[in-house]
Design a protein around this ligand. Structure first.
Ligand SMILES: Cc1ncc(CN)c(N)n1
Length: 706
């Protein structure tokens, strides 16, 4: 098959792609992966579709029989089904007029079922991440080699799980990805992941290995350190290799042939039954995961709770098995390859492994399929697995969809806390477009109290394990609804959006010099004197906010009390400045306010005006206090080297109760913003930006910079 043909194969899904946009990208990609082996022999037909030549013949299934009456091979079945599948969104093909016999028609229908079911495999990504989570549960240094990273959103799930681990705190997560092109895009992914990891406090590193060709990949390109647990993830690789058939073949076919087809010396791997497939998956770096408790034990347990996840992961394997089977059947034509002689054994082993555990296909139904004489073995297995896959319920479907949604406001039904948290964090760190609101609706009748208690906040509990225990309740949950809302607040959105500026204000070199213990004391004294002047100007401003709160808020939420506390604390603060100035020999009465300070004080004064809305003034107040809180708290972190004589200063703003006070201010602000007009929200955001700029200027001034 030529490159072009493969390209045209990818391009053969235009309608569905345009409908589903990004959400379906992996979906169809996976379908392509999964069906590749089944479809890759039908290049001529796909080529015709792609190039526009003979497209009219699509409906003419008899043509596809190549005129060989009564000799409709598996290949023919898959070719017709593949074509119908691609065109199914445009128009249906009525097989009754195709010249196919009833049996041939049934075969095509079965194959169509398989293709339709294969679509579902796209959501496997998250299942595999979950498997990785299990696999690295004892590892302190985790190194993910992601061959073909995309948005990277799947790693947020892993990050969340790693930081939630109690027993075995994670030391570092490394992600290395491979790029042949799109390096810039990948670096963007890396930046985003880094900021996500930072938001979780997770040590993280991201590296891109650039190769001009996938075949150049060598182990030593990945800087694997001693003690690292490495997981290789290649969710999208196969798909991308469709446009590079030689690569695909190298990865795919050699493995298959070697394991199941080669004989004598050539045959290096001798496995039978499941081992064949396990070995096959080693080629994709998946064996370890699929072998673990997760695959064979934990997932089996889930099945008792009627989870579709089990079917789902299995189905991924089975799809690939089908590829092999179809190849084998083609190669051996009348009988299966020696290693597959026990094909019926294989089926009955499958039967055993599913029996009693598989939700929809347990017991009689399995027996019915597996032991019936209907059709050929391959038809039975196609039918069997397509049914299995039909019932798969990929639990991460919605979060993934939601993350990729370009909307600013997302409303979705979600079923577990783990997903909720990951999604929230992923959304919170998403830059384009910044999320404004996430509304989560949980449905249920049983476990109502449990659901109501579910906080969508960071948790120390391993979220992934509990998630599946709950699955047995899903069906009940769906009967009636209770609502929970986990909002992304306006302030959160702003801080995300203006992260750079915010970090500039809270991690300024002046602050870092305190934290690193190399502060120039004269700079500190400058700051002390200037800030005393600032705080004096701050008093009337805070008083004006208090007045506005009294007039402007319904006070049901105690705004006035919180702000009054702030006013009262300023009295103490001014006394502290005097004492501290005395200690450092700073003559407060002779301090002349510098330009940056003057401008900041003027800005404060402008906010005192009654024309400035309470909400706008409150935003400024919250931001001013919070920037100091975050800055000085940074100097008190465990690894800081803040000089002892400056600790008290840092404590003043960096202490926890000041932090709580800032949180109360933030709640006030968010409540106000919630009901504010667009105009006020716009003004408030502009005010926040101005505060951030003034703060940076203030640090610059103290630090001796202009
Ligand atoms: C410049 C400045 N910004 C904020 C704070 C904290 N009230 C302060 N004292 N000085």
């Amino acid at each position: 098959m030529s490159n072009d043909v493969l390209l045209s194969f990818v391009g053969g899904f235009p309608d569905k792609r345009s409908v589903c946009n990004n959400v379906c990208e992996s979906f169809y990609g996976a379908a392509i992966d999964g069906c590749y082996g089944l479809l890759n022999n039908y290049g001529n037909e796909f080529e015709r579709l792609h190039t526009g030549r003979k497209t009219e013949e699509v409906d003419d299934v008899t043509v596809l029989k190549n005129g060989v009456e009564g000799n409709f091979s598996t290949e023919d079945v898959m070719r017709v089904a593949g074509k119908m599948f691609i065109h199914s969104s445009r128009r249906s093909i009525d097989l009754s007029f195709s010249g196919l016999t009833l049996k041939e028609t049934q075969d095509v229908e079965l194959a169509l079922l398989l293709l339709a079911a294969a679509e579902k495999v796209g959501y496997r990504e998250f299942e595999w991440i979950q498997a990785i989570v299990e696999h690295v549960s004892k590892a302190k240094k985790v190194h993910i080699i992601d061959i073909g990273i995309k948005t990277g959103v799947q790693w947020t799930v892993l990050m969340q799980a790693l930081v939630s681990r109690y027993e075995c705190p994670i030391e570092i997560l490394k992600v290395t990805t491979v790029a042949t092109n799109e390096k810039r895009l990948i670096e963007g992914t890396g930046k985003w992941l880094l900021s996500f990891a930072q938001s979780l406090g997770l040590p993280f590193s991201f590296k891109v290995v650039v190769v001009s060709d996938m075949l150049d990949l060598k182990e030593n390109l990945f800087e694997v350190d001693v003690g690292e647990t490495v997981a290789v993830y290649a969710a999208t690789t196969l798909r991308s290799m469709l446009v590079m058939p030689n690569r695909f073949r190298t990865y795919n076919e050699k493995g298959i042939r070697n394991m199941v087809a080669a004989e004598g010396e050539e045959r290096r791997v001798r496995h039978v039954k499941f081992d064949v497939w396990r070995a096959f998956f080693v080629r994709y770096g998946m064996e370890e995961i699929l072998h673990t408790r997760y695959e064979w034990e934990m997932l089996a347990r889930q099945m008792e709770g009627n989870s579709g996840a089990f079917d789902f992961v299995k189905s991924v394997i089975k799809i690939h098995q089908l590829q092999v089977l179809s190849k084998l059947q083609d190669q051996a034509s009348t009988r299966f390859h020696p290693c597959m002689e026990s094909f019926d054994d294989y089926l009955s082993e499958l039967n055993e492994s599913f029996n009693g555990r598989c939700y929809n296909l347990s017991g009689d139904k399995i027996k019915e399929f597996v032991s019936s004489d209907a059709g050929t073995a391959i038809q039975r297995i196609i039918y069997y697995f397509s049914k299995v896959m039909k019932h798969s319920l990929p639990v991460y479907k919605r979060p993934l969809k939601a993350f990729r949604a370009r909307k600013k406001s997302i409303d979705l039904a979600i079923r577990s806390r783990a997903q909720g948290i990951s999604l929230m964090q992923a959304l919170a760190t998403r830059e384009n477009p910044p999320i404004e609101r996430l509304k989560i609706t949980a449905m249920g009748t049983t476990l109502r109290t449990k659901m109501e208690q579910t906080e969508f906040t960071r948790t120390k509990k391993p979220a992934f394990k509990t998630q599946f225990k709950k699955q047995q309740f899903y069906r009940n949950w769906l009967h009636s609804g209770i609502q929970m809302q986990a909002k992304i607040t306006v302030t959160e959105t702003w801080l995300r959006k203006h992260r750079h500026l915010y970090d500039g204000a809270t991690r300024h070199p002046f602050i870092r010099s305190i934290r690193d213990g190399n502060i120039d004391i004269s700079a500190f004294k400058t700051w002390l004197g200037q800030d005393y002047i600032f705080v004096r100007a701050f008093v009337p401003f805070v008083a004006s906010v208090l007045t506005k709160a009294y007039k402007g808020s319904d006070d049901a939420n105690g705004d006035v009390e919180v702000i009054l506390g702030g006013v009262a604390a300023l009295h103490d603060e001014i006394s502290w400045f005097k004492k501290e100035a005395f200690k450092w020999g700073v003559q407060l009465s002779s301090i002349v306010p510098q330009k940056a300070n003057q401008e900041y004080c003027r800005f404060l004064e402008s906010l005192i005006s009654p024309e400035v809305e309470y909400t706008v003034a409150a935003v400024a107040f919250w931001a001013i206090e919070t920037i100091y809180q975050e800055s000085f708290a940074h100097c008190l972190e465990d690894d800081s080297k803040t000089p002892p004589e400056l600790k008290e200063t840092c404590q003043r703003w960096g202490n926890e109760s000041f932090g709580e006070y800032c949180n109360s201010l933030r709640n006030i602000v968010d409540r106000q913003l919630e009901k504010a007009s667009d105009d006020v929200i716009t003004k408030a955001e502009a005010t926040l930006l101005r505060v951030l700029e003034h703060e940076v200027d203030f640090w610059n001034m103290s630090h001796g910079r202009t």
